[in-house]
Design a protein around this ligand. Structure first.
Ligand SMILES: Cc1cc2nc3c(=O)[nH]c(=O)nc-3n(C[C@H](O)[C@H](O)[C@H](O)COP(=O)(O)OP(=O)(O)OC[C@H]3O[C@@H](n4cnc5c(N)ncnc54)[C@H](O)[C@@H]3O)c2cc1C
Length: 425
């Protein structure tokens, strides 16, 4: 088990050395990083290892808040199988360089170096055995060893570009002015605003002439209205394995009915590819030939009711609801199976294997795990994460237009992009 954090780690350096707010003169650092999340901390440790004097400015009262709540408190810190093709972006090639230079194995090696016990849950998803706090501790240890200073509860009020070669940026904060040669924006995406997420990085990008690709909440539960919502509420808590698809993308995982609609890994994954008003197709028995099975059952147990036959394959409550007040179309005609001709059995099979649901919306940024879109990669170097137009200005992590699926992919992007920026900032 990792050791208990040292006093210096529990109480970041900056807190020890913070002079009273605005009375302080102008300070100077080589690198200022805005945001002490996954990407910001990784970047800071790397830049610090290169001998750069690094300051992180974080407006929250502690670092890595999203890491702490991630993976149900156990942080799904990477995915063994994450490769660039897994990520969504206007430019799908942008992440290749960073993902190749800092791979899932590199982060696994770091986790092992810090002796953090972990396990693989499924599909290459790696979780801490203990708690997410161990990943925050790892990052803080790396930052501490690299001499990084962290200032918490610090609001950045203005960023100005200076003329000087070694002093390119002047950063006004609620705790005084800091000059820096490199500025790294690592404030994450807009998901979970109640935890301090902001659009700040995007505002800075726009100010410095970069475009921001419009986004929307990703990895987010679907909401429904009217009878469809009633259907979901009735089954709230029920989880069914399925294959969900829309816009040519498919995910085989579980679907979960909730009080507001649907969630579960299959729905969260597909939500990142869904646009308002579009239907989602759900195969409730993936890889299973339901039509042939029903015809066989008609011979084997002719008097059995359709609902009884289906209940051996799907949850009884779901089958009952689909017979009584179905969601997404026609009710299943429940009667002894020998009264149902082939074409009826075929359409029952397709109602369940191509179940079509149309969400009324999503639960929005409040419940989204990620924000799609972000700083347009056309304005960034894929090698360094530096702005092409504003030398010395870097963008990392979720704030950039690169988004991964569920399962450790988004932290891996934060580590990879933070690592690369840390080599050049
Ligand atoms: C509930 C939940 C669970 C998740 N679970 C997982 C998981 O298990 N695996 C996975 O891969 N991904 C997971 N994610 C996604 C993952 O947390 C993010 O993709 C990742 O944290 C992005 O890293 P980042 O450093 O870019 O941003 P963040 O980690 O969000 O860090 C940004 C930091 O910037 C600070 N900040 C914001 N605005 C300002 C400002 N104006 N001034 C100063 N500081 C500011 C924030 O307070 C924060 O500390 C989860 C997300 C959520 C919401």
């Amino acid at each position: 088990m990792p050791k208990r954090p040292s006093a210096a780690l529990r109480r970041p350096r900056a807190a020890r050395s913070q002079p009273p707010g605005n009375r302080r003169g102008v300070e100077r650092y080589d690198v200022v990083i805005v945001g002490a999340g996954a990407a910001g901390l990784m970047c800071a440790a790397e830049a610090g290892k290169r001998g750069r004097r690094v300051l992180i400015l974080e407006h929250a009262d502690r670092v890595g808040k999203k890491i702490l709540i991630s993976g149900g408190g156990r942080c799904n810190f990477t995915n063994r199988w994450a490769v660039p093709e897994d990520y969504q972006s206007e430019n799908p090639f942008f992440c290749i360089s960073a993902m190749t230079r800092y791979t899932p194995q590199d982060f696994i090696d770091l986790v092992e170096k810090h002796r953090i016990p972990y396990h693989e849950k499924k599909l290459g998803q790696l979780f801490c055995n203990g708690s997410s706090q161990e990943i925050v501790h790892l990052l803080m240890t790396e930052c501490d060893r690299a001499g990084v200073t962290i200032r918490l509860g610090c609001e950045v009020t203005e960023i100005k570009q200076n003329g000087g070669q070694n002093n390119r940026f002047s950063i006004e904060t609620s705790l005084g002015t800091v000059n820096a040669n490199s500025l790294v924006m690592a404030t994450g995406g807009q998901s979970i605003p109640q935890m301090g997420a902001t659009r700040f990085t995007h505002e800075v990008a726009e100010k410095f002439g970069l475009k921001v690709t419009p986004g929307q909440p990703g990895l987010v539960p679907f909401t429904f209205k009217g009878p469809d919502l009633e259907f979901c509420r009735e089954l709230s808590g029920l989880s069914i394995p399925c294959l969900a698809s829309c816009n040519g993308v498919r995910f085989e995982e579980n679907l979960l009915f909730t009080r507001r609609g649907m969630s579960g890994p299959a729905i969260l994954q597909i939500s990142s590819h869904w646009n308002d008003g579009e239907p989602v197709r759900v195969d409730l028995l993936p890889g299973f030939d339901l039509a042939s099975h029903l015809k066989e059952q008609r011979l084997a147990r002719p008097k059995a009711e359709l609902a009884t036959v289906l209940s051996s394959l799907l949850p009884r409550n779901f089958v009952r609801a689909m017979c009584e007040t179905p969601m997404g179309g026609t009710a299943l005609n429940n009667q002894p199976i020998n009264r149902l001709p082939d074409n009826s059995l075929d359409s029952i099979a397709s109602a369940l294997k191509a179940w079509t649901i149309t969400p009324s919306g999503t639960e929005g940024y409040r419940k989204a795990e990620v924000a799609l879109g972000g700083v347009d990669t056309a304005g960034l170097s894929s090698k360094t994460m530096e702005s092409v137009k504003a030398p010395g200005l870097f963008f990392t992590g979720e704030a950039v237009d690169v988004t991964g699926p569920l399962g450790g992919y988004n932290f891996q992007w934060a580590w990879s992009s933070g690592f690369c920026a840390g080599q050049y900032a």
